[in-house]
Unconditional design. Sequence first.
Length: 480
Amino acid sequence: MDANGMIEPELLVATANDHGQINFRNRAWKEILGASDDPWIHLQADDRETAARNIQEAASGTLVTHALFLVDRPDRDQPLPLLLHFVPVMSGQGHAVSITGELLVEPTTWTESHTERHRMETLGRMTMGMAHDFNNLLSGILGHLELWRQEDPDGAKRADMHLNTIERAASDGADLINKVQKYIRQESRSTFGTVDMRALLVDCMTFTRPYWYNEPRRQGISISFDMLVPELPSIRGSASELRDVFVNLILNAVHAMPDGGRLSIRGASSGKHIRVDVEDSGTGMTEDVRTRIFEPLYSTKGERGTGMGLSIAAGIVREHDGSISVASAPGAGSTFTLSFPVATSGKNDEEPEPRRRARAQAAPGADAVSILIVDDEAMIRNVVSQLLQLRGYNVYTASSGHEAIRILETHSVDLIFTDQGMPEMSGRDFAEQAHNRWPDTVIVLLTGDTDLSVDQHVIRRVLTKPFKIDELIDTIVDLV
């Protein structure tokens, strides 16, 4: 029972060996998943395979968290959602696996306020776990793109358009996860940067090409896309959020032309403002729809729509001190007009020339700098290691805090990049031990987690995943 008198759901606990055999399960586990020799008998078929795979991953030393499963129970009409964590635990015979979990349902004795609170707390925990996992995945994607460009510049140049689109999509995904994490941390918006509107619109056109070009042609229809945007003055804003706005408008325009048609984007400057028109020749809107189109939860797509796309888009435009309006009539298509203030002079986002030169080649003296990478994700270790080695640094890698300690005992290291979410010893715990024994070694935390709080006497800097090689190089140059 918690401080508010709520009866908390009982935690499911089990242990397994590295072959997947369950050695122990508590009463809550038996009540939900049973005591059968098959520990996953009540899971759906796909989930059984996933659970077995998660045990194998944990037995090899990889932490697997926030795995969602559906439990079929004969006394329930609907499957029960179950959140499980698979944690590697060292034993005499290697890695055992500790499995803990909780049902994402509420006891019938709870009041409505208790139920809502529990749902929001559960959603928050799931969101933080998924954010960490997504950031690791995006780090791998962006890291391999950088490796391709450095190891095979000619091949990368031939595929430049596709690589740029993949990189832009991954970066925007990272920005989206970062916004969720900032909301959970209750942080304010970061400072806007300079945005090249024409380049941003070209990115949106490229990114949405499968929707307005490939898919319509597969269906035997045609949608033409005219980009009529000259060079425009820069504006201040969030490029990822503005891309969300224009991608949303383009996709809405495609949906409004089920029989094909014409889509165009026009841009113009009027001194203190720039204007962008997104026009389609689709079905158009009635006056009633037009006046309500930016209202939250209002949708013309029936069950396929949430009614949030244009409402969120309008909110983003307002946050940029801009405006958005629409002109439309049934059968006459629609034109969305957006206006943004031009960036004031005096803003300079250019980085110093010496730092750009240092990034373009191996940093002077890099061969005398030793770096230790500590991360339980092999993909992250390998990507970061290869990127830094290409810049001339000496690099050691470790998959856990314990392994990193052993390396530090036999090798001199100038800087440590360590992950936070590792089994057995977290990044913060490892940093504390390493700092106590080697206080002159610089420690930097690499994390996809939502919690960024650190003891700055121990951890000198925090870099959030996904990161780029330039951020790592800047950190090394600044701190070593």
